[in-house]
Structures are given as structure tokens and as C-alpha cells.
Design a protein around this ligand. Sequence first.
Ligand code: SF4
Length: 492
Amino acid sequence: DARERYPHSLQFYLEPPTESISLLEFESFAIDRLKLLKVVENLGVSYVRGTDLYKTKLEAEFRKLKFLFLALAEDDYEARRKDHISHFILRLAYCQSEDLRRWFLQQEMDLFRYRFNELTENLRQKFLEHINLSFEGIGEDLKNELADELCASTPGFNMSKVKEQMFYKVGLADAVDLFRARRVFIKDGFAYVPLKEIDVIVLNNYRTKLSKALALTARSLPSIQSDERLQPLLSHLSHSYVGPDYSIQKNTGKISLEQIDALSVKSFPLCMRQLHRALRDSHHLRHGGRMQYGLFLKGIGLTLEQALEFWKKEFIRGKVDADKFDKGYAYSIRHNYGKEGKRTDYTPYSCMKIIMSNPPSQGDYHGCPFRHSDPELLKQKLQSYKIPPSGITQILELVKGMHYQLACQKYFEFTHDVDDIGFSLNHPNQYFTESQKLLSGGRELKKEFNNSGNFQQKNNSQESINSSSTPTSSNATADTELEGLEAYFTED
Ligand code: SF4
């Protein structure tokens, strides 16, 4: 029965769900958990884990996302079910590459650590028994008897702390790390582990199990990939981010081509600034760059006519003549605007998509510089963009920890001279919008007509970015179609 299925609020997620669920529920569960893990990642980098501030912030975010957050003492079947199913869906989506697995494992570990530490002593004990890590809490008598030894052998403990904290008797095999680090008292083949160190043991255990499970899931991928309902969803989730998809442009026609150079310095994220510079320097971008940059420009409000003019002017300054441009490249630009082929209105790429797919090769300028640049080159680039040395150190640290979007957030803070970016970055177009908001003191972009009369009246004020929009299977379809398009334009 339902209660038996989830006897505890916390889980090691050992058994996959077996019930049938609708695709709608499948997707919404997965997106909620992805949002949660993104928050966990953000907070884990910005605050010291386990501190009151960290916990307060995390709890507030959990509430906002309407996700299970407390010690979960209450018997909440629906919440437990959602927690269980959503974990397994993301496991499927995030087992597909080493990068994805590492990211998922880290966030799930942090999430688990937070929840485990929130459990009451009683629930913690029950949970340990449930997962067969039943360590026995030692009684007051034994504790008093061993008080001197416990105090001397447990770093950071004095007599009063020994008195107030619970100690557990743990077999040595489970406490090897603590034993090696001389953090526990050992007697007769048992380690006496204080409560605050028990989470280390449980987390190690969880990490081992989860990373094995991810490797196993990855092996069963071929059978999942043959499921035509699931595959687009899963692949979209792993490239996904949670926020508006910028497919509807609020600012269409509000930017003139003459503004782009200045905007690229002030308000473009590093990936787009790099693409713009490369385009201006070499009057050409290879396919991956045209797709990434072209859709970004569409997202910031360039109309189709402006895009055609922009790319053409630049390309014909290089090796492409006007005729070749009109016959080849113009088609792909119109295609991006949904005017050719299947007439899909293509969505600008999110950070996840840029970071996770299609890495740049020699001669390419697309991708995410925080993910794909050599650290030394990235450092030089940041120096040339006048990021102060302390900022560069912080950014490179984040890059080293593989927190590419957070590194980008730092870049935003330094280029905009703000202490706290105040939003969680998921999308290059979001970067642009936030930058413009900040630079114009919260106002929208001013509407401007460009000199060549390219201003289009149609997409103005009635359309707005739908801030609650989330990736959907139709986006996934769009992605697949885009891949087809990419194959069509092999020409560099
Ligand atoms: Fe671009 Fe996103 Fe990378 Fe920033 S994190 S450089 S916006 S892809």
C-alpha cells in the first residue's frame, strides 16, 4: 500500500517507480526537481553549506518552488511520491554523459545532506535503520564512562559538548575516513562517532550507491533512446534550463543595428561578445556560431529584415558575395525566424544547451567560454575586458569547480559593478535583459527606429515574455528539427 511504499520522508532511491504516470506529470515533476537542483547549486556556491543563512535561503526557495523541504516529519504521500519519481526521471536525463552525471550527483548529495541534517534525532535513527546503516546511539552511562576519551579523541569537542551531543557506535568499515583522519575515538573495533559526523558516513554511502546507479542507468540508455515519447523529453531536460524560453520577443524592432557594437560590450554575455567580436574581425562565422549568435540576436529583438541586413553586410565584407549570401545563408536566417521549412519559430539557445552540446572545434567561436575556453586564454580575455585580478581569481575558481553559469554571473557582477546579481542565470538572453534593466534603471529598452527603416510594427506591446513558460515537448521537437536544419547547412 501507498504508506508502505514510502515509509520515510527521506530516501536512498534504491527502487525505481513502477507505476504509470502521464507524460504531463512526468515532465512537470522533472522540471520542478531541476529547478530545485539549480537552486541547490546556486546556494552551495554562494553560501557556506549547513550555516543558518544557507538553510534559511534554501528553505525559502523550497517554499517558493512548492517542493518538499522540511524534515518531512509529516506523512505526506504525494510529496514523497513526487520526490521519488522526479529523482528517477532526472537520473535518466542526467546519466547520459560524465559532465551531466557529475553535476547531478553533486546537487543530489547537497540536497540529501540538507534534508538528512534537518531530521529529528528520532527520525534520523529510524532512517538509518531503514537503509541498513543502523548505528546504535550510546546510552548516557556509557557516554559518561568514556567521556574523557571521547573528549580527547574528537576534534573540536570539550566536556560540555560531549555531554550534549549524541554519539553512535559504528563498525570500523563504515568509519574508515573518520578513523584515518583521526576524528573519532576507537575502542574494541568500533568507532564512536558524534552525531555531526554521522552525515559523512551516510553521505559516502549514498554517493557510492547513486554513482553506481547512474553508471548502470547509462548502460541501459539504448533501450530508453528507442522510446520515441521519452527520448525528446529526456534530451531536452538535460539541455534544459528553467525559465522563459525567449521564443517571444518583447523587444522586436526596438534595437537598431548601429547599437549592436555598443551593446555587445555592455550587455552581452561573454559567449555572445566573443561571437560578435569574431564576426566583426573575420566577417564570417561558421555554422555553430551563426546558429547560436543568430538566435540570440533574434531573442534580443532583431527583426528578420534586420537580421538579413546585419549578416549580409558583414559577410560580403569577407569572402562571400551578395549572390552567394542570398542563395545560401539568407535561407537559414529566414528558417531561424520560422519563414522557411517547417516554419517553426526557433528558440534562442539556453546556457545548458550551449554548455552541454556541440562543443566548438578549431576555428569555431560558439560555445560557452567558461566551459570551452582554455583557462589561460579565458584569463587573458577577462584581463583584456578589465575584470580586476580578484574577480578573475573568483571566476577561475568557479570554472574549476565546473560552475560555469555561476562564473558567468560573477562576470556580470564585475562588468556591471554590482555586489549581487540578484537572479539565477540560465540563458544568454536573460543575461541581456537583466543587464539592460540594470543599465536603464529598471526601464525597458527605448524604442528606436533604425535609419534603414527596418523597424517592424507587428510584434510589439501585446506580446510579452511568458515568465512561467517551461521547456516543453514541443521545444524538444523544435530541437530535433533544428538538428535536421544543421545537417542541411553543412557549408561553413
Ligand atoms: Fe553564455 Fe550562459 Fe556561458 Fe554565460 S554561462 S557565457 S550566458 S552560455
